[in-house]
Design a protein around this ligand. Structure first.
Ligand code: MG
Length: 168
């Protein structure tokens, strides 16, 4: 793949977001696994390496990076009790009617058009792969992953859409 960055890409920030997600327990490989599970039924011979390649494209996009940075920051602030009420309790308890975690994640899915929305809805419902782990960690209150679970789902869905556009 051609790796020369376009004006929509930021390679320095790519490293920051990848590192920060790793600190929160998510690597690009576990996101690529979700993408593979999503797209495998539709694309014959799709392999892990190309899924990882498309996940990589997604995290190079500036818009995506901004959503990741914002969501992770809020999770971390909630976890370390640095938010004020009532937002602190809403985010810490992953209050079901809050919905802004999903709205933020849509900024990621948006980059790849409408196929992304369907994929994102599915990933969110099924709690695929690493998302299930994040969900359990969050429910036990060991960590706050209110935003991260949606971010991961959105990156996986966006990569799946990127693949669909390529093979479609
Ligand atoms: Mg969430």
């Amino acid at each position: 793949m051609d790796r020369s960055p376009s004006r929509l890409e930021d390679l320095d920030k790519r490293n920051v977001v990848v590192e920060r997600m790793a600190e929160r327990g998510v690597d690009l490989e576990s996101i690529a696994q979700i993408t593979l599970d999503l797209q495998r039924p539709y694309i014959e011979g799709l392999d892990f390496a190309s899924c990882l390649d498309h996940v990589e494209r997604v995290v190079r996009k500036r818009e995506v990076q901004h959503a990741i940075l914002t969501g992770l920051e809020l999770d971390m602030l909630a976890e370390t009790n640095q938010l004020s009420e009532p937002l602190a309790s809403i985010i810490k308890n992953d209050y079901g009617l809050y919905g802004i975690d999903e709205v933020l994640a849509l900024a990621i899915v948006n980059v790849y058009g409408s196929i992304g929305f369907t994929n994102f809805g599915y990933v969110d419902k099924q709690k695929m792969g690493i998302i299930k782990t994040l969900d359990e960690e969050g429910k036990s209150h060991a960590k706050c992953h209110t935003f991260l679970d949606d971010i991961v789902g959105a990156i996986a869905a966006a990569a799946a859409s990127s693949i669909a556009h390529r093979y479609g």
